[in-house]
Design a protein around this ligand. Structure first.
Ligand code: NAD
Length: 352
């Protein structure tokens, strides 16, 4: 074996182990920044030596296999991850890639005019909520992106999740979003856990994940979890008297809305909580201005975010851009520099 292939193998084993601890056991050993470094090294190694890429590589897959204690749920539309940008240069490269593809398809004439929705990147746990005839029938974790855990009874205990949709809902709607815990609620929970001599959580994300993935929903019911919607999976609408499938990957042009911003507004009218800190912006400069603004005001938010997310606004453009193995090409997460790594270096155990 060559040196790069040995290194790739070692990185894969280490990353898979961290994935298992983080996604399945809710007990990470290392900071997210340390994890991101390993992942980036593997991505760069695979880019330099494409022959090393295997379909099992963690760069090609999301999350980890679901815990067998829960029933499993196969997602009708996969739940993917997001590519990452760590600096302005990465954002410019993303904007250029998007523009080049859209320009080639005759869908954009100037890079600085491409519209995006910029959103918060909630630091919680991705879930998919399935509504049939307006009623919540199933909720699942992302799991490995194809198969997640059935957490319906637990999700039903969240007050922010409607059990019944309002207004003119479609026959089938899968809403995707994030379950999280506000910082204040997290601190109170930890104090109560400590007073009872029970497990203390390392951060709000970890507390949210541990609380949601409880086998006894009565425990989940006592935990202050919140939900924000930011996307969708399978949707079936009635069109010309027929029920018809459409969604991000169905290829149907018959969307109830034409843009991501309209979709979020629509979800809100159906009763889904959608966070207000989202903005329609244009081109790389618009993205970077949003990042600056949110970065300087994020401590005023009641919950943790680990960055912002940019999504091409036009749904037609999203379809043209499509997907790579584990992430859409029309969206990217722009991460904030890690604070937790610094505190760990200072020897403080609790992450911020
Ligand atoms: P990710 O967290 O980088 O990005 C994808 C996720 O972002 C989605 O699944 C969704 O849950 C979330 N998200 C939040 N706001 C969103 C929005 N507005 N729109 C769309 N999605 C939104 O990807 P990932 O694959 O879940 O995990 C990778 C990250 O998890 C790593 O970068 C690392 O920080 C962390 N991680 C840490 C460890 C560890 O051991 N410390 C292990 C595995 C993963």
């Amino acid at each position: 074996m060559t040196a790069p292939s040995l290194r790739a193998e070692a990185l894969r084993a280490e990353i898979n182990d961290h994935n298992y601890r983080y996604y399945v056991l809710d007990a990470p050993l290392v900071s997210d920044a340390a994890y991101d470094k390993l992942m980036n090294e593997l991505i760069e190694l695979e880019q330099a030596h494409p022959a090393l890429i295997t379909s099992e590589s963690p760069t090609q897959r999301v999350g980890a296999e679901p815990l067998s204690a829960f029933d499993s749920v196969r997602h009708a539309v996969p739940m993917r991850s997001l590519g990452n940008a760590f600096d302005a240069e990465d954002v410019h490269a993303f904007s250029k890639r998007v523009f080049d593809t859209l320009h080639g398809a005759g869908m954009a004439s100037a890079e600085e005019q491409v519209p995006y929705v910029a959103e918060l990147k909630f630091d919680g746990l991705a879930v998919s909520l399935r509504y049939e005839d307006g009623r919540l029938v199933r909720a699942a974790t992302r799991g490995d992106g194809q198969v997640g855990e059935n957490i319906t009874s637990n999700i039903r205990t969240l007050r922010s999740v409607p059990l019944k949709l309002k207004g003119d809902y479609p026959p089938v709607l899968e809403v995707r979003g994030e379950v999280l815990m506000n910082r204040q609620d997290f601190e109170k929970l930890n104090q109560a856990q400590q007073a009872r001599g029970e497990k203390v959580f390392v951060n709000p994300r970890n507390a949210a994940a541990g609380s949601l993935r409880q086998l006894d929903p009565r425990i989940t019911a006592k935990r202050p979890l919140r939900f924000y919607a930011y996307g969708w999976g399978e949707i079936r609408i009635v069109h010309n008297g027929q029920t018809e499938l459409f969604g991000q990957e169905s290829g149907s042009a018959d969307m109830p809305c034409k843009t991501h911003a309209q979709m979020l507004d629509w979800l809100q009218t159906l009763g889904m909580p959608v966070n207000g800190s989202r903005k329609l912006v244009y081109g790389a400069q618009g993205l970077l201005d949003f990042y600056e603004h949110i970065g300087s005001t994020r401590t005023a938010l009641p919950f943790d975010i680990d960055g912002v997310v940019y999504k091409v606004d036009s749904l037609e453009a999203q379809e043209v851009l499509g997907y790579v193995a584990r992430a859409p090409r029309f969206a990217i997460a722009h991460k904030f520099p890690a604070q937790e790594e610094t505190t760990r270096l200072l020897g403080i155990e609790v992450q911020v």
